[in-house]
Design a protein around this ligand. Structure first.
Ligand SMILES: O=P(O)(O)OC[C@H](O)CO
Length: 210
């Protein structure tokens, strides 16, 4: 049954709501900002109302499918032990490599929040949101309010997801949850590889996503 649940979770994650909302508003997100088919570029292209709808739908496709499969509590879920790992990672993989976009997909930030909200009853998502907010506030202070590069944005997201692991570990999370976190970090780092590469090559990533 794990394969069936993983497939359902993957399919839900693969639904590219922000990209499709962009098309409905006559914008191809591949040509907006950094080309990521996510809610930030939808917001830029189609305004805050459509952008918010994209954030909510991209969040819910990770949250609702896992609540449906796992229930509201991991203690009483039908998915036991390490079977949780592929099921929980599937919505993130689905968004990151969506077959609806020929495997290209997005950076998987919004769906990551949805997944952690389902796994930890919002606790880890709140922690990640606070980590990212503090990191952005510190950066704003350090740069005296100047807007920062997409590389710096990407680095913050990757470091924030890494720090989430420290929070989870200190919070007593063990076993499958920590493997889900590790898989999540690797996926987020891979999807931000061009931004991270800047710190090695000093070449800014070109607009156009992948
Ligand atoms: O990570 P995504 O693809 O959900 O997109 C969310 C934001 O647009 C990323 O900045």
């Amino acid at each position: 049954m794990t394969i069936v649940w993983t497939a359902c979770a993957f399919l839900s994650g693969a639904l590219m709501f922000s990209y499709w909302l962009g098309l409905l508003a006559r914008h191809n997100l591949n040509h907006v900002g950094d080309g990521n088919p996510g809610a930030l570029n939808l917001w830029r292209a189609a305004g805050y109302r459509t952008g918010l709808a994209g954030i909510i739908l991209d969040f819910l496709k990770g949250y609702l499918v896992l609540v449906w499969i796992l229930g509201f509590s991991l203690e009483n879920t039908r998915i036991q032990g390490h079977a949780l790992i592929p099921v929980a990672l599937a919505p993130i993989v689905g968004h990151a490599f969506s077959p609806f976009l020929k495997g290209r997909g997005g950076k998987a930030i919004a769906v990551t929040f949805g997944v952690w909200s389902a796994l930890t009853k919002f606790e880890a998502s709140l922690a990640l949101a606070i980590i990212l907010a503090v990191s952005m506030a510190v950066t704003k202070l350090a740069t005296r309010g100047k807007s920062i590069s997409s590389s710096a944005d990407g680095l913050q997201v990757v470091l924030g997801t890494l720090l989430l692991g420290v929070y989870l570990y200190i919070g007593g999370y063990v076993g499958a949850i920590m493997w889900v976190w590790l898989g999540n970090v690797m996926l987020i780092a891979y999807k931000h590889r061009k931004e991270l590469a800047f710190y090695l090559t000093k070449k800014q990533p070109k607009p156009g996503g992948e």
